[in-house]
Design a protein around this ligand. Structure first.
Ligand code: NAD
Length: 426
């Protein structure tokens, strides 16, 4: 079996660990494994901007295309001080496997700038975005590499990005980025798509595991774009009982269930943060994020950040079903312990693929200059998620392997087949 070198990024470690297992399972040779593992194109750029006080600052920017075997690279742009080439490479590789498992005609890409975006003024943020767009312009395009929002980037950032490319190329191309505002060729249904896809996976898994999500207890780590909508959809559309939610301020636990609409309203009026929610409601107590992960619940949805379920705490997780909303919430050691304990885990590359699926729909709508209805978007999302889930579930059962391994097996097989069929250029 091919053993990948040790990686500094735990997400890359997991992706390559699973890739190696899949390559071995598929009988791919060492050269092929190496080709699958190695990012196709890595670009590092300097992003200089003039600050409001007249000084000059230079930020490091990156864009990585891990694979374009199945289509244009697809993946977000992250603005965060922790952004490094390793992290961007890890996230680009996860995008390759996610797009593949969902059956989308995309490869995997990711980009980012090492910056604390929250410390910048709106003008500085716009200048940063436009200069970064200009610097990565040679490798970006609706048929080459299609960015999207990620941590601390949003529809406005995508609008500036899109406008910069439109000005430079002198042509309207709404398919060059996704996650755009609705008035600028964005897609209906994008905002809740990742959470909606997670909810579909939860229902599919529960059906096969033989329990009803109505009344099932759910703990959600992270109350941002993914976690808050997931809690809302699970409570209101599927009558699940949300017993805990959390964010950077801590975890909020109500053993008999909480009113998610009230939590959403509290977050909305409190700058998006749940600080003090335990004092606002009698039935809610403050616990730690670590304690939330170990609650005795039916369903656990880690939807905050990477590296939460590890060798240290995986033995104490009591949920019977884990639906990974975040990218890379489980480390390799955590994964092995959960597998040994028979915990059902719907892995990130499948569970949170609803977001990139609706990004794909946005791309198709952009290419056609035509907007779909919300019903069309949601019904097509359900079709894509059901097909992907069923395929992974069936492979897991036929091969007697965990869902994460099955998801990688499906994903790697599809990418490898495309590479082998296309052959090596020149
Ligand atoms: P977000 O920034 O909107 O929300 C993140 C949430 O996690 C916030 O509530 C934040 O307070 C909380 N958080 C941050 N650090 C924490 C910590 N140490 N402990 C507990 N909570 C913490 O981000 P998001 O878009 O909701 O993304 C969440 C995860 O889902 C990320 O891993 C992201 O890569 C992944 N993801 C997002 C999308 C999407 O469509 N937004 C799609 C696929 C995957």
């Amino acid at each position: 079996m091919t053993v990948s070198p040790a990686y500094t990024d735990p997400m890359l470690e997991m992706a390559n660990y699973q890739l190696d297992k899949a390559a071995q399972h598929l009988g791919l040779d060492e050269g092929m494994s190496q080709w699958l593992r190695t990012p196709e194109r890595v670009l590092k750029v300097a992003v200089p901007i003039k600050m409001d006080d007249g000084t000059m600052r230079v930020y490091d920017g990156y864009r990585v295309q891990h694979s374009t075997a199945l289509g244009p690279a697809k993946g977000g742009i992250r603005y965060h001080p922790n952004v490094t080439m390793d992290e961007v490479t890890a996230l680009a590789s996860l995008m390759t496997w996610k797009c593949s498992v969902a059956g989308l005609p995309f490869g995997g890409g990711k980009g980012g700038i090492s910056v604390d975006a929250r410390s910048l003024s709106t003008g500085e943020l716009e200048a940063l975005t436009r200069r970064y767009a200009y610097m990565i312009l040679p490798i970006v395009g609706s048929k080459q590499d299609v960015p999207a929002p990620d941590v601390d980037t949003d529809g406005q950032v995508m609008a500036w990005f899109n406008d910069t490319l439109t000005m430079l190329r002198r042509e309207a191309d709404p398919a060059v980025v996704t996650g755009k505002p609705l008035g600028l060729y964005g897609s209906l249904g994008r905002a809740r798509s990742t959470s909606r896809g997670m909810a579909h996976c939860t229902i599919f898994a529960a059906e096969r595991m033989g329990f009803d999500v109505a009344g099932a207890t759910v703990a959600v780590q992270g109350f941002g774009k993914v976690g808050s909508h997931y809690a809302d959809i699970m409570a209101h559309d599927h009558s699940a009982t949300i017993v805990a939610v959390s964010d950077v301020s801590g975890a909020y636990y109500a053993p008999d269930g909480m009113d998610v609409a009230d939590v959403l309203e509290y977050a909305r009026t409190n700058g998006g943060i749940l600080t003090g929610y335990d004092q606002a409601q009698d039935n809610v107590q403050l616990i730690s994020n670590e304690e939330l992960l170990e609650l005795d619940v039916d369903i656990l949805a880690p939807a905050a950040i990477e590296g939460q379920i590890t060798g240290r705490n995986a033995g104490s997780v009591k949920a019977t079903l884990i639906v990974e909303g975040a990218n890379g919430p489980t480390t390799v050691e955590g994964h092995e312990i959960l597998v040994d304990r028979g915990v059902m885990v719907i892995p990130d590359i499948l569970a949170n693929a609803g977001g990139v699926t609706v990004s794909y729909f946005e791309w198709v709508q952009g290419l056609q200059f035509f907007q779909w209805t919300l019903e069309e978007v949601e019904s097509r999302l359900l079709t894509v998620m059901r097909k992907a889930f069923d395929q992974v579930w069936n492979v897991a059962h036929e091969e007697d392997i965990p869902m994460r391994e099955a998801a990688f097996l499906v994903a790697v097989d599809r990418v490898a087949e495309s590479m082998l069929t296309r052959g090596l250029f020149p």
